[in-house]
Structure formats: structure tokens, C-alpha cells
Design a binder for this molecule. Structure first.
Ligand SMILES: Nc1ncnc2c1ncn2[C@@H]1O[C@H](COP(=O)(O)OP(=O)(O)OP(=O)(O)O)[C@@H](O)[C@H]1O
Length: 718
């Protein structure tokens, strides 16, 4: 919804259903425009010799009481019927917009009254409201128009309110608020443009309903009055002779149904098309998968090379999560995750660090099976508690895996709805259906996102949202789930949990929301919790509290089982050092180093890891010198070099680095690094041959090439 790219709306209509219903709708609208100009005289012509006749060659659908041709009248009535339906929908949308957005503009108290009134109005069936308003506004086309328009308003008001609430909590709205943007401007510039598409889809569907409602009112004699006529009135006229001339009644009925269906189906097609691309919080904007088989086979060779990194991805009986050869690709040759492998043991906290764009979040989302098309996720192994999460398709015939790994199977999945539908191919893994997989992940995995505001539904109370998880995945009754939600809020050290459970997300502070999010993630004591930069949005004090909380839950010092695996994603290597037992350093979609956090500064051998450590200022960092930064920019996942992706920014890089990507090699202590020059890195001897390092970044480069500064922080880490 928010931030949808231009053109997506048009693309949504390009489904088979969208095309068919679009053509039908266009024909009906064209008919409504041209029919009165072409056939009004024939429709109004009175033929006293042929009154109340059945279908004949001259009058294909017969004639009415005055001998007027029913077919021509149905064609001509299209304009009034459809015009009134569209006008009523416009009134409904306009009133809905006013009522739905009023609470934002008029302030809290008046806003609550309006919201309550809208909620009461929504409880009444729209047709009942239309009849009520029809009596108030009087008989006739204008009265019916206002009646149906106002009857539609409450549901649009509710929709606008819900949609506005869902975008109102987003970061950019908060930023605009802080910048002093007025409420009205906030609404017109930031909120409404982001809910426009959904409103249009709903308005299209509502136009079909309005058409039926008009036919109903006219049929009851409350709508269009003679000498004007619409389909409802023709239906009413035709019904008088239903037994002798059924065509006169059936034909206007068919016209109403066909036109109503065209609106509804077109709206549905738009909704399905647009809905498939809308997202999860913190997720990736999705478009269309364009991967052709030829492209796939061309990439296979490069993939094979990347997957040869031995890494820690062999899996073990005691591992919570086993990932091997995980890659994520987007159309256009974008390869943000390239053959990532790791295992996460029970009770282990594994950190993933790297600069922005290194592929950390996509790795987490792929593991949690949250990536949708056009993201193309493949892996040779993706198992949680030994169960295959990916579902596997037939092998692509690649048997050229790394020596000792034996036959290599390539599991592939693009759409969540395909989960489990593929034949199981990963040895030892059992296949799950879609439902089983959802349930399995719901019970055994929890997620904590960077911004809990976008992860919580803004219009639902916190307790209800937590309870939903328990009710859905743990089979608890409502009261049990509610009690569990309160208990979890207490466990994550939220004061007055009963009261907080009854509040909406926006009523909690940032730190509280994040703790509530953690509470939600651990509702069922999952085996795996993925925390994607959970403290980035928090101040340092709250950050410490949240980190401690996560650590205590993971280690079991808070009374929980203590065997939870924590996959902790951060761009801050010192935070990872505090929370995790082991760290994976990611660069350009690959793991370039894997080592224990204990003695991180002393043992880091990859220039990138050392650069990340050097970039952390400490109390002893000389204030007169500029802070060390990593020169240049992160590699573009759509345009990766043939050799080491870090070479262009690395002072140790030489021709070898530019030509070939170093494999991830384990030392005798089990630490893994992907660098051709670890000895020189440890000795702090930069390359003699200058590479393509950005000359503008020469000064910081010196900081990289020097051995890691002997600062207090580094000593502490060492
Ligand atoms: N839908 C998409 N289409 C194309 N490229 C994408 C898409 N989503 C993400 N990417 C690219 O994938 C790369 C990795 O993204 P990811 O979100 O995993 O990075 P990250 O390391 O988590 O960064 P951050 O710390 O900023 O969250 C980025 O370069 C990003 O531009």
C-alpha cells in the first residue's frame, strides 16, 4: 500500500480475470455513454398496435404497456442506472473520507464520538439504511441517490479509518509530524495518497452493489420515477407480466446482474492483484518474477562456485536451524544473498552483522519464509528442528557439489502458497503442507522486527494481538490465551501488564512496544527467535534493557527453557559481541567471516570484520582524528564483481582478489574466513599493488590497513 510504485495498479488489472472483467466493464460503460444518443427515439416510440407483445422479429424482447420496445429501453436505461450507481458511490466515498478522516483532524474526544457513530452505523445492513434514508429524502431519483450514497458512507468511513490508522504509525508520518506538518496537510499529503488504491478497489466493488440497490429501490417504487426509467423500474414493469412475457422481466434483471458482476469482478481482480504485492512489516516490496530457464542455467555455474564455501552449514542433530547454500535473487540479476550457510545450535545466540545492504534482513526473511515473489529463494538445506522449511522440488540435475557433500539437491520456492506442494527432495526432511508449515513456524519460530509499530496492528489492542498467537498456534481458549498474553507481558517486564494488554500499540512507549513484540515472539517458547535489528529504533538505555531481556530469555535466566536459538541481526558489531556467542559477518550477500564473539578483536582475520571493529569509536579514540570509516560503497547486488566483492574497498586487495572470490576456509579452531590474505591482514601489511580503492577515501583506508587499535573496547573484546 504505502509507497507502491507507479504502474503497479495497471499491472494488477493484467490478470486473466482483470482483463475479462475490464473488457466487460468497458463495454457496459461504452453502452451507457452511447445508447441514449443512438436509441432514445426507438425506446420512447409508442406502438399502439403492438402493446404488451412477446418477443418478435420487430421487438426482440417484446413491448411494454404502451408498445415501447423493451430491448431499446434496457439499452437506453444503462446510462441512468450506471450513472446513478457511480454517483451514489462517489457520495459514499466522499462522505466516508470525511467521516473516516475527521477523527484525525477534529481531535481525540470529538474523533471518538464520530468513530463510535460510524461503528454503530456500520452495524446496520446497508439496504436497511438506504430504505431509511429514502424515506427521509423522499421518493425519486435524487432521493434514492442520496439514500444509497449515505448508506454506503459508514462502511467507507470505517475503511478509511482503518487504512489511515495503519499508515499513521509509520515512521515517515511521525517524521512529518515532528517537522510541524499540519494535521490536514498530513492527511492530504501523506495519508490519503497511501490509501487511495485500496479505496478505489473498494469503490469499484461498491459501485456494483449500488447498482443492485438502485434496482431494488426503483423496483419498490422509491427510486427513479416515470417518465424516466432505469433497469429497476423496467424490472418492476416487466414483473407484472412475468407469466405471459417473461423476457420483459428477465432482461432488465440480467442487465443489472451482468453490470453488477462486471464492477465486482473488476474490483476483485484489482484487489487480488494489488493484495499479492502488499506486505508484511519491514518486508521487501514485491513485483513479478521474471526468471527464465536460460537465465537460471547461466547462473548455475556461478552458484556452484559460491556454494563451495564449506561454512558452518553442515547441520547437526542438536541444531535448531540448519541453512545451507541459501540464496535470494530478484529479477534483473540482483543477487543480494549468495550461498549463505550456517547452523544455529540449541541455546546458541548467533549474530549476523554487516553494513546496510549486505543481505542480513533478506537472509532472515528467507529463513522465516516471509519472502514472496519476485524474490526467488533457493537453498540446498533449510531446516528448523530437522524439518524442511523450503519444500523441495525435483533436483535441477546439479550433482557438482563440493567434494564430500555428495549429491546436491536444489530446493526452490517462490511463493508462500507453494509451500509444501513440491516433492520432498532434501534427504531426511519430511514434507509439510502449507497449513502445517504455517503452524510449525507459528509454534517454533518467533520474529522481532526493527520497528514494532509497523509489526503491530495499530487498530487492535496489544493483548488481543498476543493472545491471537496463542489461540491460533497453541490451541488455547480465549480466556487462556488472554491470560497467557498478560503473563508474557509481565515476563518481558512490562509494568501493569493487565492495563497494557488493553491498550493499543500507539499507547505504549517505543521500548515497551519492543518488549511487547518480544513477548509476542516468545508466546509459545519457540525454538528459534529471529531478531532483526531489534534495538535500532531505541535509545541506548532502552536498548540495553531490550538486549538484556532477549539474552535472558535466550539463556533461560528468566525462568524459560533456555534452549532457544537466537538469530540476532545487527549492523553494530559491538552489540552483537554483547549478545551473541558467535558472529557471522556478511558482505555483499556472503558470509565472509564466522567466529566466536569471545576474542573477536584478536581473532578477526577478514579486513571487512576488522574495518567494522575499527569503525566503532571508544572512550580512547583520539578526538582530533576523524573517525575511521570503511572507504567506498557496499557492492551493488545487481552488479557484483568477478572476484572478492570487498576488493574495491580493501587496502590488502591485489590482482588475485579482483580475479577470484576467496572460498570460506575454516582453521583448526573452527573459525572461518573468506580472504586470500589473512596473514597480511593480521600483520597489518597492505598490498603493494594499488587496487580500485576510491582515492577520496584514502585517509580512512589507512585506518583499515593498520592493525586493530589497542583501545579499551578492543582489549575488552579480545
Ligand atoms: N525487492 C527487491 N528487489 C531488488 N533488490 C532488493 C529487494 N529487496 C532488497 N533488495 C536488495 O537486497 C540487498 C540486501 O537487502 P537487505 O535488506 O537484506 O540488507 P540488510 O543487510 O538487511 O540492510 P539493512 O541493515 O539496511 O536492513 C540490498 O542491496 C537491497 O537493495
Amino acid at each position: 500500500m504505502a509507497g507502491r510504485r507507479p504502474g503497479t495498479f495497471r499491472k494488477a488489472a493484467r490478470t486473466p480475470l482483470g482483463i475479462a472483467s475490464g473488457i466487460l466493464l468497458a463495454l457496459i460503460l461504452l453502452l451507457a455513454i452511447i445508447a441514449p444518443a443512438l436509441w432514445t427515439s426507438q425506446a420512447n416510440a409508442i406502438d399502439v398496435l403492438n402493446m404488451q407483445q412477446g418477443p418478435s422479429a420487430k421487438h426482440l424482447l417484446g413491448t411494454n404497456l404502451l408498445g415501447q420496445d423493451i430491448l431499446y429501453r434496457i439499452l437506453v436505461a444503462a446510462r441512468l442506472s450506471i450513472g446513478l450507481a457511480l454517483a451514489a458511490t462517489a457520495i459514499g466515498v466522499a462522505c466516508g473520507l470525511v467521516l473516516g478522516t475527521a477523527p484525525v483532524i477534529v481531535g481525540h474526544r470529538a474523533g471518538r464520538v464520530i468513530t463510535a457513530a460510524v461503528n454503530v452505523a456500520v452495524a446496520f445492513p446497508a439496504l436497511l439504511l438506504a430504505l431509511f434514508f429514502a424515506v427521509i429524502f423522499g421518493v425519486g431519483a435524487r432521493g434514492a441517490l442520496l439514500a444509497i450514497g449515505f448508506a454506503l458512507a459508514p462502511s467507507f468511513a470505517r475503511l478509511v479509518r482503518t487504512l489511515s490508522a495503519s499508515v499513521a504509525g509509520l515512521d515517515y508520518i511521525a517524521a512529518a509530524r515532528i517537522a510541524g506538518v499540519s494535521r490536514f496537510r498530513l492527511l492530504t499529503r501523506h495519508v490519503l495518497p497511501n490509501i487511495g488504491e485500496t479505496l478505489i478497489v473498494n469503490a469499484t466493488i461498491a459501485a456494483g452493489d449500488a447498482l443492485l440497490s438502485f434496482a431494488g429501490l426503483s423496483f419498490l417504487g422509491l427510486g427513479v420515477q416515470a417518465p424516466s426509467y432505469d433497469w429497476g423500474q423496467l424490472l418492476s414493469d416487466g414483473l407484472q407480466g412475468i407469466y405471459t412475457r417473461p423476457a420483459a422481466a428477465l432482461a432488465p434483471g440480467v442487465a443489472v446482474v451482468v453490470a453488477g458482476l462486471a464492477f465486482n469482478l473488476f474490483g476483485e481482480a484489482l484487489a487480488v492483484g494489488l493484495g499479492s504485492g502488499t506486505g508484511l512489516p519491514n518486508t521487501v516490496r514485491l513485483g513479478r518474477l521474471r526468471s527464465a530457464l536460460a537465465e537460471r542455467s547461466a547462473k548455475a555455474a556461478a552458484a556452484a562456485a559460491e556454494d563451495q564455501h564449506p561454512s558452518s552449514g553442515t547441520g547437526s542433530a542438536d541444531s535448531v536451524l540448519s541453512v545451507s547454500g541459501l540464496r535470494v535473487e530478484f529479477p534483473g540479476g540482483v543477487r543480494p544473498v549468495r550461498g549463505v550457510s550456517f547452523t544455529l545450535g540449541r541455546g546458541e545466540a548467533l549474530g549476523v552483522v554487516g553494513e546496510s545492504g549486505s543481505g542480513k534482513s533478506l537472509t532472515a526473511l528467507a529463513v522465516a519464509r516471509l519472502l514472496e515473489s519476485p524474490a526467488h529463494v533457493t537453498a540446498t538445506r533449510l531446516e528448523l528442528l530437522g524439518r524442511d522449511l523450503l519444500g523441495a522440488e525435483a533436483p535441477l540435475g546439479e550433482q557438482a557439489g563440493p567434494a564430500g557433500r555428495g549429491l546436491r539437491w536444489r530446493a526452490s520456492c517462490c511463493y508462500p502458497r507453494h509451500w509444501g506442494r513440491r516433492a520432498a527432495g532434501v534427504p531426511g526432511a519430511s514434507r509439510m503442507s502449507d497449513r502445517e508449515l504455517r503452524r510449525f513456524l507459528g509454534v517454533h519460530a518467533g520474529l522481532v522486527f526493527q520497528d514494532p509499530m509497523t509489526s503491530f496492528n495499530p487498530v487492535k489492542r496489544v493483548g488481543i494481538q498476543l493472545a491471537e498467537v496463542a489461540a491460533e498456534h497453541h490451541g488455547l481458549t480465549r480466556p487462556q490465551a488472554a491470560a497467557r498474553a498478560v503473563e508474557r507481558l509481565r515476563a518481558v517486564r512490562i509494568a501493569y501488564p493487565e492495563r497494557r494488554a488493553r491498550q493499543f500499540p500507539h499507547e505504549l512507549s517505543g521500548g515497551m512496544r519492543q518488549r511487547a513484540m518480544i513477548g509476542m515472539a516468545v508466546m509459545g517458547e519457540p525454538a528459534l527467535v529471529i531478531a532483526d535489528e531489534p534495538t535500532t529504533a531505541l535509545d541506548v538505555t532502552v536498548q540495553r534493557q531490550v538486549l538484556r531481556l532477549l539474552k535472558s530469555i535466550q539463556a533461560g535466566t528468566d525462568g524459560s527453557r533456555g534452549d532457544m536459538g537466537l538469530l540476532f541481526i545487527s549492523h553494530d558489531i559491538t552489540v552483537v559481541g554483547q549478545v551473541c556467542d558467535r558472529v557471522l559477518v556478511m558482505y555483499a550477500g556472503r558470509i565472509v567471516e564466522s567466529l566466536p564473539t569471545d576474542g573477536l578483536a584478536a581473532h578477526a582475520r577478514h579486513p571487512y570484520t576488522r574495518a567494522l571493529l575499527a569503525a566503532v569509536p571508544s572512550m580512547e579514540t583520539p578526538r582530533e582524528l576523524p573517525l575511521a570509516v570503511i572507504p567506498g560503497r557496499p557492492a551493488d547486488p545487481a552488479n557484483l564483481p568477478a572476484g572478492c566483492a570487498f576488493a574495491a574497498r580493501c587496502p590488502f586487495a591485489d590482482a588475485t582478489c579482483e580475479q577470484s572470490d576467496p572460498p570460506l576456509v575454516a582453521d583448526e579452531a573452527g573459525r572461518e574466513v573468506a580472504c586470500w590474505h589473512t596473514d597480511r591482514v593480521l600483520a597489518g601489511v597492505p598490498a603493494t599493488v594499488t587496487t580500485t580503492v576510491d582515492p577520496a577515501s584514502a585517509a580512512p583506508t589507512a585506518a583499515l590497513s593498520a592493525p586493530l587499535a589497542d583501545t579499551a573496547a578492543n582489549r575488552e573484546q579480545a
